[in-house]
Design a protein around this ligand. Structure first.
Ligand SMILES: Cc1cc2nc3c(=O)[nH]c(=O)nc-3n(C[C@H](O)[C@H](O)[C@H](O)COP(=O)(O)OP(=O)(O)OC[C@H]3O[C@@H](n4cnc5c(N)ncnc54)[C@H](O)[C@@H]3O)c2cc1C
Length: 326
């Protein structure tokens, strides 16, 4: 593969500064968070600034018959952003604009490289009564890849997995064509995936292999004035899990319910090897950590919800401790 010829064509699309085939840049993009076996290979890394530039990049890749891998932060769990067969890694982090927030229909139209930190920061500043989901993944990871891979957010009790948060998409296909999925394909409104047959599935869980999403509308949710997170610590799974199951079916304004097992709990505590319990079955120590977040519109409603949460936990022998939530 003649890198320099392809690089000079790509430079015409994004500018010299945003494309590189230097070994140190190739190294940065040749693997992602989980080291792939065998290792990947990045020939060229490029950072476009618009959907049109992404289209041009794909057309150049078609011309030279080389693969293209989209990338936001490369911090996924499956080594799915690792370029296995060389080619171009398209770093989408300049596509970090929040294009629109529709407060009536409660969605945000974002570009393909927007991170959770970008979205949260924007909403806190401009729309403090609205919020997006929160994941446990680092703030610099992408919103679009998380939604595409059925990611899990704190609002999943209300909204389902990340895929259910998607109202519509703009996608660059492998042909270089730009298409839209959802109501945005028929109007300026990205209110949902209706009314045409829902083609979102062509891109969900395909991890960028069927197209590069350059814009996505994601659902937003109201941030109600009264909120409490109850922490459940110091118990065993056999008490924690039944309590969480009962809570999850009880309504009570719960917008997040979350628990982790011994392994995750130990990693959260940052224990060293010496203090780590090796056998979770035999371990007498607690192996359950959970949280339950509830929100309400009035103080009275909130108090009643918290009392009901406490009653269910007491019945199930789950100790909880309320903490303030912002
Ligand atoms: C400590 C930790 C905690 C985590 N907790 C959670 C959690 O609570 N919930 C959760 O859901 N995940 C979690 N994750 C997993 C991971 O961080 C998320 O899946 C995150 O969304 C990955 O984002 P990324 O920007 O790193 O994606 P990348 O690794 O850059 O991309 C992931 C995949 O999507 C493709 N892709 C990227 N952008 C696009 C695009 N615009 N169009 C099409 N395809 C694209 C890539 O090619 C790749 O296949 C966690 C990870 C860590 C390390």
């Amino acid at each position: 593969m003649n890198n320099s010829k392809i690089v000079s064509e790509l430079e015409k699309v994004v500018g010299e500064k945003y494309v590189s085939a230097q070994p140190e840049i190739q190294f940065l993009y040749h693997y992602d968070f989980i080291t792939a076996e065998p290792e990947g290979k990045c020939d060229i890394a490029i950072i476009p600034n618009s959907a049109e530039e992404v289209q041009e990049i794909v057309k150049i890749a078609i011309k030279y018959k080389i693969p293209v891998v989209p990338w936001v932060s490369g911090i996924n769990f499956g080594s799915i952003a690792t370029p296995r067969k060389g080619g171009i890694v398209v770093d989408l982090r300049r596509l970090n604009r929040i294009i629109e927030v529709n407060i009536d229909d409660m969605y945000a139209v974002i570009e393909g490289g927007v991170t959770w930190a970008d979205l949260k920061g924007y909403l806190e500043k401009k729309h403090p009564n609205l919020r997006a989901g929160i994941t446990w993944s680092p703030p610099g990871t992408g919103v679009v890849p998380a939604c595409l891979c059925y990611g899990m957010f704190d609002l999943r009790m209300l909204g389902g997995s990340g895929a259910e948060f998607i109202n519509g998409m703009e996608v660059v296909l492998g042909s270089g064509d730009l298409i839209k999925v959802g109501s945005c394909s028929l109007s300026n409104y990205w209110y949902g995936r209706q009314p045409l047959p829902d083609l979102a599935g062509l891109f969900l869980s395909w991890e960028g292999t069927t197209g590069i999403v350059t814009k996505m509308a994601v659902k937003l949710w109201p941030k109600l004035p009264y909120r409490t997170t109850h922490l459940a610590i110091g118990v065993k799974m056999k008490f924690g899990v039944p309590a969480m199951l009962k809570l999850s079916k009880a309504g009570l304004g719960i917008c997040d319910i979350y628990f982790v097992n011994l392994g995750w709990f130990q990693s959260i505590q940052e224990l060293n090897e010496k203090d780590v319990v090796k056998d979770p079955i035999k371990a007498k120590t607690p192996d359950f950590f959970g949280l339950i977040t509830t929100q309400a519109y009035t103080e009275k409603q909130h108090k009643a919800q918290c009392e009901a949460i406490e009653a269910i936990c007491t019945e199930k022998n789950l100790k909880i401790r309320p903490t303030e939530e912002t």
